[in-house]
Design a protein. Structure first.
Length: 495
């Protein structure tokens, strides 16, 4: 605790964003380059070094937050990087993409704005790369055991890195042509530039992890063949089976899932294509779904030059402050938050029908109408009460020639044949079942991340990857020194 009075004398300051008019003209990250380091040490001083740091429990990785806050306040970047990387393989990812449940659990947040933990984390990770503090860590000796990891999202990559460093020979199989899972083709460039991902992948290659892209296990490689080839298999394919919207007119052209829309936009940034075949340019866009994926669609449509963009959220607009009765500290509360995409849409007035920031709250889709040629032209919606029941007289119509469904995900996609070929047991909601040691009903096959947990946060995915690595290491060798931050049945803190 470098400054015992820091939390009283220093106000919260976050990493400033670039002006809206500037950033919507490119795909670079929304933050002002170089503007974080000058403020982050003073922000770290706001940490109170609590006797019981609830930020630890709020973070599934168990990040040593007070320790690296103190080190950053003293500008000891090497030690801060060591403490951060002791619990998190990819802090530059979580520092940009995680909604920071740790900040909701910050003791200071009981009656003041929380410490900017997420910003401090990102600053440590970026400074570590700049100063060469993250060299590859290949194992001293090989175990002679082999592991296949299916899926290169955050869970799969975390598991692969941990197992490689433990001395096992690891190969990661990815269905897409590039590595990263949803971090590659689902997360827009303006939220995380892919250079951060590439840098970490190069580190993993130097450590000895092998990668096999454009390979669908269950189709290009038989699931049984893979199991016979390796001593253990980790399934980390994510929850890619999207939710549908069963309303009249769903069959009309121009209605797409969010994950049909976002990947082509990311491929434009990768240089694969010049223009997305699903570009929102000049079109009236309606996004159905109020979560982060919907916000990603919103920011993408704004940058593509949509004529208008409206986002529908079935929930009522939350309050600006925590509801202490229903969501007391230190749980993660549902509050009104203004993402970069919503800030852009609000300032540019992309949705004339919305009160602010492009969102219509407490809104439910009734039906779609077409133009007689089979293309969508309108979306009819209604206001709903707290029980999601239609409110009489609250119907309205929005112009829509591009509709994007961002309703979340159910579990792993079964079309590739992996689950059926192995005969994996599934939970009623479609996720892969596993025991207390992350093992499935098939010997030597483990499951981690959203494929088994269900749709969750990136920080939980990395924690799952680290924990399953410890389980696999124990299965292969009889014991393990690898950390296991969570169990398969752990869940976020709720009331």
């Amino acid at each position: 605790m470098a400054d015992p009075k820091g939390f009283m004398t220093t106000p919260r300051r976050e990493w400033p964003r670039r002006p809206v008019g500037e950033r919507v003209r490119d795909w670079n990250e929304v933050y002002v380059p170089g503007a974080l380091l000058p403020i982050v040490s003073a922000q770290a001083d706001r940490c109170m070094d609590c006797g019981v740091p609830f930020c630890h429990d709020a973070c599934p990785l168990g990040n040593l937050i007070p320790e690296w806050n103190d080190l950053v306040s003293r500008e000891d970047w090497r030690a801060a990087s060591d403490r951060l990387h002791a619990t998190n393989n990819f802090p530059e990812f979580t520092g940009r993409l995680c909604p920071a449940p740790c900040e909701a659990g910050c003791v200071l947040a009981i009656n003041q704005p929380a410490v900017t933990i997420k910003n401090v984390e990102c600053a440590i990770a970026d400074r570590a790369w700049e100063d060469g503090l993250t060299p590859p860590r290949p194992p001293e000796r090989l175990s002679g055991r082999t592991v296949a990891v299916i899926g290169s999202g955050p869970a799969g990559l975390a598991a692969a890195q941990q197992l490689t460093r433990a001395g096992h020979t690891v190969a990661v199989y990815e269905r897409d042509d590039r590595l990263g899972g949803l971090m590659r083709y689902g997360i827009p460039e303006f939220k995380m530039e892919k250079r951060h991902l590439e840098r970490r992948l190069e580190q993993m290659r130097a450590e000895g992890t092998k990668f096999r892209t454009s390979t669908v296990v269950g189709r290009d490689v038989g699931a049984a063949e893979l199991c016979a080839r390796y001593d253990a298999v980790v399934i980390a394919t994510g929850a890619t089976a999207w939710r549908e919207l069963d309303v009249p007119g769903r069959e009309l052209a121009g209605i797409h899932q969010a994950m049909e829309y976002l990947p082509p936009a990311n491929r434009v940034c990768e240089g694969d294509i010049e223009v997305s075949p699903l570009s929102a340019a000049g079109r009236h866009v309606v996004i159905v779904g109020g979560g982060d994926t919907g916000a990603d669609c919103l920011g993408t449509a704004v940058r593509q030059g949509a004529a208008s963009v409206t986002q529908l959220d079935i929930y009522a607009r939350p309050g600006a402050e925590r509801d202490e009765d229903s969501e007391p500290w230190p749980t993660y509360p549902k509050m009104y938050r203004l993402s970069a995409a919503h800030e852009e849409a609000g300032e540019l007035r992309t949705a004339p029908a919305a009160d602010a920031d492009a969102r219509l709250f407490a809104a439910s889709t009734l039906r779609f109408s077409g133009d007689g040629l089979g293309r969508v032209r309108e979306l009819q919606l209604t206001g709903v009460d707290a029980g999601r029941r239609p409110v009489p007289g609250a119907e309205r119509v929005l112009p829509a020639d591009l509709v994007l469904l961002a309703l979340g995900f159910l579990g792993p996609d079964r079309k590739d044949g992996l689950i059926d070929q192995l005969g994996l047991d599934l939970a009623p909601r479609g996720t892969i079942t596993r025991d207390a040691g992350f093992a499935t009903n098939v010997a030597g096959v483990f499951a981690a991340g959203d494929a088994a947990r269900g749709q969750s946060l990136i920080v939980w995915a990395i924690a799952e990857g680290r924990a399953v690595a410890a389980a696999v290491d124990r299965y292969l060798t009889g014991s393990s020194r690898l950390p296991a931050p969570i169990g398969p049945y752990d869940r976020p803190m709720v009331v």
